[in-house]
Ligand binder design. Sequence first.
Ligand code: TYM
Length: 327
Amino acid sequence: MDRILSGIKPTGQLTLGNYIGAIKNFAKVQQEGEAYLFIADLHALTLPIDPEFLRNNSRDLAAYYLAAGLDPKKTTIFLQSDVPAHSELAIILQNYLYMGELSRMTQFKDKSAKMKDEAIGLGLFAYPVLMAADIVIYDAKRIPVGEDQLQHIELARDLVHRFNNRYGETLVMPKGELVKVGSRIMSLSDPTKKMSKSDPKGDIYLNDSLEVMRKKIMSAVTDMEARVHYDVEKQPGISNLMTIMSALTGKSFEQIEKEFEGKGYGEFKRAVADAVCAEMEPYKARYEEIVKSGLVDDVLKDGAKRASVVAEATLKRVQKAVGLYNK
Ligand code: TYM
């Protein structure tokens, strides 16, 4: 059975983009292999973050995973920092990724754009090294993510290629995979930008109330074309709302276009808001139940134990391959 792996950083509030592009999909994909899903808390440290916020957010993220239907008996759910082998492996792998390629990563360029060199942490620069370690340490073949993470996975593939060429077949080649619809949900206030945990008007947060979610959708930026039609170039706002609706209801773009032929944007937005609320109402209720149940700590503890067994074996294999004495 193929190993499947993914992770989310516990920074900021989770968005509808994280839900559609990653969490909801993962609940489906877990049926298809041996799944590992973690909370990338070490990655959260690559930009300044309040310790109390990080702690609470890490626990909440685990609760959001469980509420989405992730089954802790099937999927190993754990904190990255509870499996130190990730960090140990990253120390070795950092020697096979190069400054030039790391400095070309879009995420690094975006996040460091407004910083002076003196203020850019080494961790932010080396982010893809730890991410590659996260992936190869589970011999994972399938990496379900949103579109913005594909570049990092491509780099992990380059690393595996390089490493295996030099030391023989040691690491398993991973492959990124996207959801069919919704791998890049855009901001509601500027649909040419990705929805990304940092724009309260353009983001729908999973912890927004249903009323706030509805309001944000009703005031989403649209256009003057006055027809519900999928065209990312000319109608990015409407196309984004259609994507959200399609991802949540399973309706195709053609079906949505037909359903709203001759109807106004107000009516269409109300239907999108209905679809979002229909999905979020039970999801948020399950989340609240899980937080109250206190289940999260046990799940994370058990997950870390199971993950460590696999991670430590891979670490050993790599240490041996590169010639660390007596491994
Ligand atoms: P993060 O925390 O930024 O995002 C978590 C997941 O959500 C997806 N995503 C989106 N999908 C659709 N539309 C959007 N607007 C949107 N915004 C985010 C992301 O693509 C991602 O799948 N580096 C990763 C965490 C990580 C990881 C890993 C992932 C660390 N190690 C190993 C996979 C494998 C990150 O920062 O995701």
